[in-house]
Design a protein around this ligand. Structure first.
Ligand SMILES: Cc1ncc(COP(=O)(O)O)c(C=O)c1O
Length: 278
C-alpha cells in the first residue's frame, strides 16, 4: 500500500515519510477497529465535496465519542495533501490509547493514494448481510468506522466465486448497498436507489448522483426495495467516491447491459464534479 501513496503522510499534521507512518499496537483503532475514516476524491488537487466528507467524519466521530481536531484544521490538511493531484484522499482517525476514554493520544492520518486500476464495468454477487443494520439503529449506525471486516469479507467471498464484488441484502430481504459503494438501478427510465432509512452509508456520491439525475430531468425513487426490484431492472449501476457511477453487468446469475441512462448519469455526475472545482 505504501508504494501507492503520493507524497508524504500527514500524521496529526506532521509531514511523515510513508515508510515511517505507523500506529501503535496499543491504539484501540488497531486493537478493536475503534476509529473512523473517510475516502475522498482529489481531482487535479481539488477535493470533491470536502465539506460533506468532513461533516460525515464528524458524525462518525460523534457516534464514537472521539474528539476530532477542528474542521478548519482537517480542511487545511486535506487541501495540502490533495495538491499531489488526482487520487483518493484518505483520512483515518484512531480511537487512541485508552479504551475507556476514546480520543486520548489518538492519531489522525491524512494521505493521498494513487487511483486503483478501475475497470469500466463490474459483476456483483448477491449476498445476504445478516450483520448489516438493515434499518435497525444502534450506537454506531451510520458511522463510517474502522470496523470494515464484514464488508471486506463480503468482497472476498464474492471474488472467490468469480465476481468482482458483492451487493448486499438484509435479512429482511431488502436491497442495501455494496461493501464500499451504493447501488442504484433504472426502471422505465427512472432511477431507483435504496433509502438511508435502511441505515446504508450516507454516500456522498449517491447524493451527488441523485442531484445530477434530477438536473437532467430523471425521476428518482428512493425506497426500501426487495431483491426482485433489482433483478428486474433495465440497468444497474454502482456509486462511490473511487468508482463514480459505474455500470453493473451482472447481479448473481442475472446479466445486464451497460445502458444509456447510466451513461447519461455518469456524464451528469462528471459535470457536477467539474462545476464543483471552479
Ligand atoms: C458501505 C458503503 N456504502 C457506500 C459507500 C459510498 O460512499 P461514498 O459515495 O461517500 O464514497 C461506501 C464508501 O466507502 C461504503 O463504504
Amino acid at each position: 500500500m505504501t508504494s501507492r501513496t503520493i507524497g508524504n503522510v500527514l500524521m496529526n499534521g506532521a509531514s511523515t515519510d510513508p515508510l515511517s507512518a505507523s500506529v501503535s499496537i496499543f491504539d484501540v483503532g488497531f486493537q478493536r477497529g475503534y476509529g473512523c475514516f473517510e475516502a475522498m476524491r482529489s481531482y487535479e488537487g481539488h477535493v470533491f465535496r470536502l465539506d460533506a466528507h468532513l461533516a460525515r467524519l464528524e458524525r462518525s466521530a460523534d457516534h464514537l465519542r472521539i474528539q476530532l481536531v477542528s474542521r478548519d484544521l482537517l480542511s487545511e490538511w486535506c487541501t495540502e495533501v490533495a495538491t499531489g493531484g488526482d487520487g483518493v484522499l484518505r483520512v483515518y482517525v484512531t480511537g487512541g490509547m485508552d479504551a475507556s476514554a476514546p480520543g486520548i493520544d489518538n492519531l489522525t492520518a491524512v494521505y493521498l493514494e494513487a487511483l486503483p486500476d478501475i475497470s469500466t464495468t463490474v459483476r456483483l454477487d448477491l449476498l445476504e448481510a445478516p450483520w448489516h443494520a438493515d434499518g435497525r439503529v444502534s450506537e454506531l449506525t451510520g458511522a463510517k468506522t474502522l470496523s470494515y471486516g464484514p464488508n471486506l469479507a463480503a468482497t472476498i467471498e464474492a471474488k472467490s466465486k468469480g465476481f468482482d464484488d458483492a451487493v448486499l441484502f438484509g435479512s429482511s430481504g431488502t436491497v442495501l448497498e455494496g461493501p464500499t459503494f451504493s447501488i442504484g438501478w433504472v426502471v422505465d427510465g427512472a432511477v431507483c436507489t435504496p433509502g438511508l432509512d435502511s441505515q446504508i452509508l450516507a454516500s456522498i456520491t449517491r447524493e451527488a448522483t441523485i442531484e445530477a439525475a434530477e438536473e437532467i430531468g430523471l425521476t428518482v425513487s428512493i425506497d426500501r426495495y426487495p431483491i426482485k426490484a433489482l433483478l428486474e431492472a433495465d440497468e444497474v449501476f454502482l456509486m462511490s467516491t473511487v468508482r463514480e457511477v459505474m455500470p453493473v453487468t451482472a447481479v448473481g446469475s442475472v446479466e445486464f447491459l451497460p445502458g444509456p441512462v447510466t451513461v447519461k448519469l455518469h456524464s451528469a455526475f462528471q459535470r457536477l464534479v467539474a462545476r464543483d472545482a471552479v
